[in-house]
Design a protein around this ligand. Structure first.
Ligand code: CMX
Length: 133
């Protein structure tokens, strides 16, 4: 894996959390984007080579809504950039990790993404992602 591409943080309200993170990081949010297939609204901040992604649920069945109900606001996932997401998915599967989709999905910020179930990763939800070129 190449680098930590972003850290995802589940929040109740982007309207509240965007100004908070702008103050905290001393940098403006550069993009807000809805990912309808994931039922989330996202907001991104660049921090050097990595990003912070704030995630707000747009529907009760959203993974973010479930997470907020169960655990409250906080760190939701770590995303690693990979050079070849198909090869990396095969490698992770062969190592016994449980992938949450059979094929990469289209995520926010022009990425192909795939999640790894937190049960096999010490309780941390891992995303791998690759820029769509
Ligand atoms: N980090 C760590 N653990 C998590 C978690 C997270 N983000 N979300 C859920 N869990 C835990 C649950 O608390 C539960 O733990 P226990 O068994 O100890 O109670 C366990 O994982 C399994 O939970 P579950 O009830 O079987 O399943 P959920 O319905 O909560 O779904 C998960 C969990 C990870 C499979 C689901 O959230 C998923 O498919 N996530 C991938 C997609 C996603 O997160 N999309 C939103 C972000 C999209 C984006 O970044 O664009």
């Amino acid at each position: 894996m190449l680098k930590v591409e972003h850290i995802g943080i589940a929040v109740k309200s982007l309207d509240v959390s965007i100004p908070l993170f702008e103050k905290l990081l001393n940098t403006p949010c550069y993009k807000k984007e809805e990912v309808a297939s994931e039922n989330v609204l996202t907001a991104f901040f660049q921090q050097g080579e990595s990003k912070i992604e704030l995630l707000e649920a747009t529907a009760p069945e959203s993974a973010i809504a479930k997470y907020l109900d169960k655990k409250g606001e906080g760190m939701h996932h770590i995303a690693f950039e990979v050079a070849d997401i198909y090869a990396e998915m095969e490698r992770l599967k062969s190592e016994g990790f449980i992938l949450l989709s059979e094929t990469p999905k289209k995520g926010a910020d022009n990425k192909l993404i795939c999640f790894v179930h937190p049960k096999n990763t010490n309780g941390v939800l891992i995303e791998i992602c690759q820029e769509i070129r």
